[in-house]
Design a binder for this molecule. Structure first.
Ligand SMILES: Cc1cc2nc3c(=O)[nH]c(=O)nc-3n(C[C@H](O)[C@H](O)[C@H](O)COP(=O)(O)OP(=O)(O)OC[C@H]3O[C@@H](n4cnc5c(N)ncnc54)[C@H](O)[C@@H]3O)c2cc1C
Length: 412
């Protein structure tokens, strides 16, 4: 028997679990197995500042000293390839077998591969890892026409940076609006307007059908389902991700869009938990099971799991929040806004800022802002309170979240 906590995955969630365990007083061995080479690093800058100003050291969560001081073992460049639940051991890609007292699955996601002709051509790239970001940065420097397949956060962040650097940029989005999975229509419209105004050619309802070979083994363009051929010397595919859950599934754990966990972030095996992008967890009162891809979720779930592993179990119920920097525009989202049936909109493109309060069945469920950080912070506070805010209460304040927050603070 061992007390060792073994963490599969050295990303945001895996690193945070190890750091929190030490902070929470866990004394036994902690070992992280990470597929990527090197020390754990943060991904958000990869599609933002890193393209313009690359400095890998600035991405690191902590340097090597931190790991040594805190007795956090890291085997990088290795994957966990199998789990033996009966023996409580894992097998690594180098053939080694390691025993665990508790296994944390923090394996994240990988980019969805589109089954398109030409997808393997040399200058068709994705963005998930530091290695991807290096590759993208080098290729952007020599490119003049970029086609981005997928109008989500990452595709639009790169599109804005590439456009600012003078490239001709086209974004192909399969649905009727940008970031349609995660933001309300007013926010999609705002970003459509600002990207178009900056010269990005945004095509909605536009499906890529093939990547065209330029005759020399490189992509020369993208063909859309309507048969249009858009020239390109670089193609970025940013069409969503797939959770890395195969090792969990092979071990007999329940997997459905991620490794399924309960509100303590535990799988059906008491010795295995799953957190971060790879985990599907219960959310809200309606029995929903969701999977989120965000730094907030990875960090808060890691902290919650650490508390349980040191003997203080708490239900996971943190408010989700997100951000995305697209050129000079800062999008911030508090709460989950899909399913809203009423939007209160303040501002717009002409004001250079926007605030969208999203209501469902007469209650505030989330707030999306562009360039209004004060509203975002107020929304996070208000939405974290146990009692939901009604439409009437928000209306009575003149839809002024900062005033509502102050009123709440003075009451409490
Ligand atoms: C370019 C980019 C920009 C982003 N920008 C933002 C942003 O602005 N705001 C925001 O909130 N979020 C952003 N995100 C999302 C955020 O980075 C993720 O939600 C977060 O990293 C999730 O952490 P994680 O630890 O669950 O997964 P990851 O960080 O993906 O880490 C998982 C790690 O596990 C490794 N792994 C997989 N399988 C195995 C295995 N079997 N054995 C060992 N290791 C394994 C993977 O290689 C990876 O290193 C961005 C993501 C990307 C890619």
């Amino acid at each position: 028997m061992t007390d060792r906590i073994l963490i599969a995955g050295s990303g945001q969630a895996g690193f945070q679990t190890a750091a929190s365990l030490r902070q929470d007083g866990f004394e036994s061995e902690i070992l992280i197995i990470g597929e990527e080479p090197g020390l754990p690093y943060q991904r958000p800058p990869l599609s933002k500042g890193y393209i313009k100003d690359p400095n890998p050291d600035r991405l690191l969560f902590r340097n090597a000293d931190f790991f040594e001081k805190n007795r956090i073992g890291l085997e990088d460049g290795r994957t966990v390839t199998g789990i033996d639940r009966a023996d409580r051991t894992v097998t690594l890609s180098n053939g080694r077998t390691i025993a665990y007292g508790h296994l944390v699955l923090a394996t994240g996601t990988r980019n969805r591969r589109l089954p398109l002709p030409g997808i393997d051509l040399d200058n068709v790239v994705g963005l998930r890892t530091l290695a991807d970001a290096e590759n993208l940065r080098e290729r952007l420097a020599g490119a003049s026409r970029l086609v981005v397949v997928g109008g989500g956060f990452i595709g639009l962040e790169v599109a804005a940076t590439a456009r600012a650097a003078g490239l001709h940029v086209t974004v192909l989005e399969a649905t009727a609006r940008l970031m349609s999975r995660v933001v309300s229509p007013p926010v999609s419209e705002y970003f459509y307007a600002v990207h178009t105004a900056s010269g990005v050619d945004v095509r909605l309802n536009s499906l890529a059908r093939a990547i065209l070979d330029d005759g020399a083994g490189k992509a020369g363009g993208v063909e859309t389902a309507e048969g249009e051929r858009i020239p390109a010397d670089l193609v970025l595919i940013s069409a969503g991700v797939i959770p890395n859950a195969e090792i969990a599934e092979a071990a007999g754990l329940y997997v459905h869009d991620g490794v399924r966990v309960d509100d303590l972030l535990a799988t059906e095996d008491p010795a295995i938990s799953a957190i971060g992008d790879c985990a599907s967890f219960p959310f809200g009162q309606e029995g929903l099971q969701i999977r989120l891809e965000s730094v907030q979720n990875a960090i808060d779930q890691a902290k919650c799991l650490s508390r349980r592993l040191v003997g203080h179990p708490e239900r996971y119920d943190k408010l989700p929040w997100f951000w995305s920097d697209q050129g000079p525009h800062k999008l911030q989202i508090a709460g989950l806004t899909a399913g809203a049936d009423h939007h209160e909109i303040r501002g717009g493109v002409d004001d250079g800022k926007l605030s969208v309060q999203c209501f469902r069945l007469g209650e505030l469920i989330g707030v999306e802002t562009v360039n209004v950080p004060g509203d975002h912070m107020a929304a996070r506070r208000l939405l974290s309170q146990p009692t939901p805010l009604t439409l009437e209460a928000v209306q009575a304040s003149g839809f002024d979240l900062a005033a509502l927050m102050k009123a709440g603070a003075s009451r409490g």
